[in-house]
Design a protein around this ligand. Structure first.
Ligand code: TSJ
Length: 281
């Protein structure tokens, strides 16, 4: 029991550390930082999809100002952790808990999955996680920066599987900033370009609008999209070369390399690796 309490205190200290210096974890607390919360959550769902579980991810901006991200993957494991806590409680309250799942659960990863979800929880007024798995619908909720509100419990039955995370960012940290439908759409479209067959839906409940993105050959669609009619072929560019990662791929009629880099919000090396994997696998 003493050990349990000690661990619980450490967990709360971890969440508190995130709240004290949010910039260390999400870069900033402006609009960019706010949206970073969404990317952290979505990246987890994307990882599940690229590992072959679930072909659709839905991001909903709710009327109350929360964001809900839903996938059709296996559902986060719902068993008890060795500490006696439920696995979801550990995942969403222990900083970097995702790292452990990384090696066990995933062969490939697009991001820092799992690592970010407790950070999002720490920076949220409330967060609710709904898991469909093993025929059950289970729910756990948190409030005030990651404190358990209601422990994991079964609330129904289902034949489906998947994970839904809804969170409301803490206004003490972000002010009463609002999520941008356009910003979220752009990012979801980028992900859809990169993962063939993945459907990304974005819904705005307030304005009653939605967008769906899905591409069978996303990289080609992407190049068409960024070039808008200009005569540039991705095939020429990729197949031509044994990609030299050190090379600046910048003077190719239109500046595909830099555009992808900007578009991807990440390194060009990583982007090229994804491209070459798609073309050579
Ligand atoms: F960010 C997040 F953690 F909150 C989050 C995770 C948010 C969303 C919308 C989805 C997810 C998520 C995690 N979707 N799917 C998963 N999958 C797992 O964590 C998972 C499932 C099954 C197994 C297994 O071995 O059976 C292992 C893992 C890691």
């Amino acid at each position: 029991m003493a050990e349990y309490n000690e661990k619980s205190i450490k967990i709360l200290e971890g969440l508190e550390a995130v709240r004290k210096r949010p910039g260390m974890y999400i870069g900033s607390t402006d609009k960019r930082g706010l949206h970073h919360l969404v990317w952290e959550i979505v990246d987890n769902a994307i990882d599940e999809a690229i590992n072959g579980y679930g072909k659709k991810i839905t991001v909903t901006l709710t009327k109350v100002g929360s964001v809900r991200v839903s996938d059709e993957g296996r559902g986060v494991p719902i068993g008890k952790h060795s500490s006696g806590k439920s696995t979801p409680e550990v995942i969403y309250t222990v900083l970097h808990a995702g790292g452990k799942f990384e090696t066990d659960g995933y062969k490939v990863s697009g991001g820092l999955h799992g690592v970010g979800s407790s950070v999002v929880n720490a920076l949220s007024k409330w967060m609710k996680v709904t898991i469909c798995r093993e025929g059950k619908i289970c729910e756990i909720s948190f409030k005030n920066g990651g404190h358990v509100d209601k422990e994991l419990k079964q609330i129904g039955t289902t034949k489906q599987t998947g994970t839904t995370v809804e969170f409301f960012p803490d206004e003490e940290i972000f002010g009463n900033a609002r999520f941008s439908y356009t910003t979220i759409c752009e990012r979801m479209q980028e992900s859809a370009f990169l993962i063939n067959g993945l459907t990304m839906e974005v819904i705005d409940e307030e304005d009653d609008k939605h967008n769906t993105y899905c591409y069978d050959n996303g990289l080609v669609s992407f190049v068409e999209y960024v070039n808008e009619g200009k005569d540039v072929s991705l095939k020429d560019y990729v197949v031509d070369e044994h990609i030299d990662y050190s090379n600046k791929v910048s003077n190719l009629g239109y500046n595909i390399g830099n555009t992808i880099e900007k578009f991807m919000n990440g390194g060009i090396k990583k982007t090229l690796r994804i491209i070459s994997a798609l073309f050579y696998e």
